[in-house]
Each structure stands twice: as C-alpha cells, then as structure tokens.
Design a protein around this ligand. Sequence first.
Ligand code: ADP
Ligand code: MG
Length: 151
Amino acid sequence: MMVETHSPEETVALGRRLGALLGAGDVVGLVGDLGAGKTQFTKGIALGLGVPDARIVTSPTFVLMNAYDGRVPLRHYDLYRVEAVDLESLSFFDLRASGATVIEWAEKAGDALGDRLEVRFEVTGETTRRITFKATGVRPEAIMKSLVISH
Ligand code: ADP
Ligand code: MG
C-alpha cells in the first residue's frame, strides 16, 4: 500500500487512522530520513489511540522511549542515536504485549522486531511525502487491509 500526503496535517491524519486500528501487541516500525515525517505520523497514531496530550509527542531522541496513556499504552522509541540496538535492554519484549509500540529508525532493529507493520517515508517535495506500508505477519496484514478500507 502506498499513499502520498501533501502536508504535515495529512500525514498526521493518516497516522490517526492507523492509531484507531491499533491494539495491545501491535508494532509499527517507521523508516525514513530525518525530517521525513516519522514523528508527525506518530503524533497521529497517538491521536488515534486516544492519547489526550498527543500534541506533545516529540522524538524521544535522548530518552530512547516515551510512553503515553491512550486506549492502550503507546510506547514510542527512536533508535536514531542508538549504536548497537539491544531491544532487550530497551524493555521492548517486556512491554510489547501490553501496549502499541512505534519505533523510529526501525531498520536498525531489523527482524528482531518480529511481526510488524513497516511504514516507509520518502521526501518527494517540500510538503509531499510518499508513504509505503509493508506488513509482516497475519495481524499486521489485517491492520493494513483495514487501513485501506477505512480510507
Ligand atoms: P522525522 O521524525 O522523520 O525526522 P518529523 O516528523 O519530525 O520527521 O518532521 C517532518 C518535517 O517535515 C516537519 O517539519 C513537517 O512540518 C515537515 N513536513 C512537510 N510536509 C510534510 C508531510 N507531507 N508530511 C509530514 N511532514 C511534513
Ligand atoms: Mg522523528
């Protein structure tokens, strides 16, 4: 599945539709350069998960993980500054089942993330982004199909 957004607001709206579909145990990996829109999209996911203070979602670049209370807890990782990614020490496996997980720079973790919906962001213009979804696993496939239908 591939879409193009034409503003940050459109990217947030797309993230919001995805967030509305997420539940505990779901993992979303975000891939794309700095400024591609990963954090904007995560803001949308937080809104879709009913996080009341979703506007304050920022890249957890220095703390590695931010948690927000939504319909289910949202854990937001950013692996940009992580040299050797050790998901165990980030509590990824301990926390995964009890909430929805979003990971920026997910390619650094690779297949260790397990079943996931991968979202790739490409800068196609000053305010345009090409956003491509790839599902690994049965549940991520179902989420992706629902996302297409809910459009
Ligand atoms: P990342 O987390 O991938 O580094 P951010 O989401 O923090 O990127 O920043 C994306 C930047 O690009 C923001 O400044 C945003 O305003 C801008 N932008 C412009 N057009 C878009 C778009 N279509 N979607 C998302 N962000 C956009
Ligand atoms: Mg970011």
